[in-house]
Structures are given as structure tokens and as C-alpha cells.
Write a protein of this length. Structure first.
Length: 230
């Protein structure tokens, strides 16, 4: 019987509160989905993904140890690289012999403590233009009290070195994805109704003390405050 490793807690400090990322380390031959949750600290602009270059779009691939779940639900470990938001490169061949998988062939990917889900047939907005995606990787950055926030790492063009983070909010499990606006005024107007029952955070948002780059942390902080108030 396979022996699973224990639960590892990594504490990421924010400006005023701590954020805890829980990671269940992968067994050597994973058979079920790892349990994980990543919360980012205040002021984090690119979150954890840029720290280890999980996504690359030009130059040689940067491989990291990780695991991926194929469309049939089977988990495999490998040295992996996510490319251009929609491709998974493997340093060693998968059981199928393939070393390149597209998002349609994968359910999710785990690299270190980061979760990359595959969403199918979804749309999001970049610079007020709708982008339709048949299947693509998104990073799950908040998952609490029914709210889920993803980050879609968007590449405008081939060869673009740094992707643009697009935050997608799902208010309940079956709710449609909402794109968080990037422009400051539109961002404030989008977030204010969400923060309405937290007078302090709503006031800070109203006076421009939160920014788009802090979106996951703002949502996490709001959910933490709401939980403590119960």
C-alpha cells in the first residue's frame, strides 16, 4: 500500500496579516488529486508563478518537478513546463510516450505549491476585448467560502516574454466566470459591491488604496474578515 507524505504548511506573510498555503506533497506515483491551496501576500504582483518561471513563451523551456492529471484522471509525475498558457511540455515521456500535451488532454497540473486547473470553453476580457478559449490553464489563487479566483496568464502574441495576469472570479461553484477589470476605476467599481459589508475595506477601496495587482489578496482578506465576524 502506498505511503503518503504528510501535510506541509508554508506561511506567507502579508503586510498586516499572515497567509497560509497548505500543500499535500505528492506520492511518488500519484493516484488521486493532491490537496493544495495557494494564498498570496499583500502587494504580490505576479504571485508565485514568476518566481520559478512556470510559464515561458520564448527561449528554452524551464522544467520543474511536478505532476499532471491526464484527461482520463490518471496522475503522473514528471519534470514539466507550461508553455504559452495552453501547452504542457514534459522533459521525460508520459506513459503514452508523448512529451507535449495540450490543455484539452489535461485536467490539472501541480508545480510546487501552485495549482493549475484546465478550464474549458470559457471567455475573459483583455483590454475590453473578449477572448474565447476552448481549453486553457488557469492558476487557482483563492478557494474559500464558495468563492474561487483564478489567474489566467495571458499572452498577447507569440514570443511575449511576460504574460499578463487576468483575474477571474467565480462567486459560487456553478456561477459564470467574471473578469476583474484592470483599469483602476473599473476595478474599484467591480470590487466595491463585493466588499460592501466590510466598511473598512470598502472605504479603502473607494479611496484607491487597493490595486488590481492585489486582487487575490483583497478577496482573501475580505473572506478572512467575514469568517472571523461570524
Amino acid at each position: 500500500m502506498m505511503k503518503a507524505y504528510g501535510l506541509l504548511a508554508a506561511v506567507l506573510l502579508g503586510s498586516s496579516v499572515g497567509a497560509v498555503a497548505q500543500v499535500l506533497t505528492l506520492p511518488q506515483v500519484p493516484t488521486t488529486a493532491p490537496v493544495f491551496r495557494t494564498i498570496v501576500p499583500a502587494g504580490a504582483v505576479n504571485m508565485g508563478v514568476s518566481a520559478f518561471n512556470a510559464f515561458t513563451n520564448s527561449g528554452p523551456p524551464v522544467y520543474r518537478p511536478g505532476a499532471f492529471q491526464e484527461a482520463d484522471g490518471v496522475w503522473q509525475t514528471n519534470n514539466i513546463c507550461l508553455r504559452s498558457g495552453d501547452l504542457l511540455l514534459l522533459q521525460g515521456p508520459a506513459a503514452s510516450g508523448k512529451q507535449l500535451l495540450n490543455a484539452q488532454q489535461v485536467q490539472r497540473v501541480v508545480v510546487r505549491r501552485d495549482t493549475f486547473e484546465v478550464l474549458r470553453d470559457f471567455a475573459y476580457y483583455v483590454k475590453q476585448k473578449s477572448v474565447r478559449c476552448a481549453a486553457g490553464f488557469v492558476q487557482r489563487v483563492v478557494h474559500q467560502d464558495g468563492y474561487t479566483m483564478y489567474c489566467r496568464w495571458h499572452f498577447d502574441r507569440p514570443g511575449q516574454a511576460e504574460p499578463t495576469p487576468i483575474y477571474l472570479l467565480q462567486r459560487t461553484e456553478n456561477a459564470p466566470l467574471e473578469t476583474v477589470p484592470q483599469q483602476q476605476r473599473a476595478f474599484q467599481e467591480f470590487m466595491l459591491p463585493l466588499l460592501a459589508d466590510n466598511a473598512d475595506m470598502a472605504e479603502r477601496m473607494k479611496h484607491g488604496q487597493y490595486f488590481y495587482s492585489q486582487t487575490p489578496y483583497v478577496l482573501w482578506q475580505y473572506l478572512q474578515a467575514r469568517h472571523l465576524a461570524k
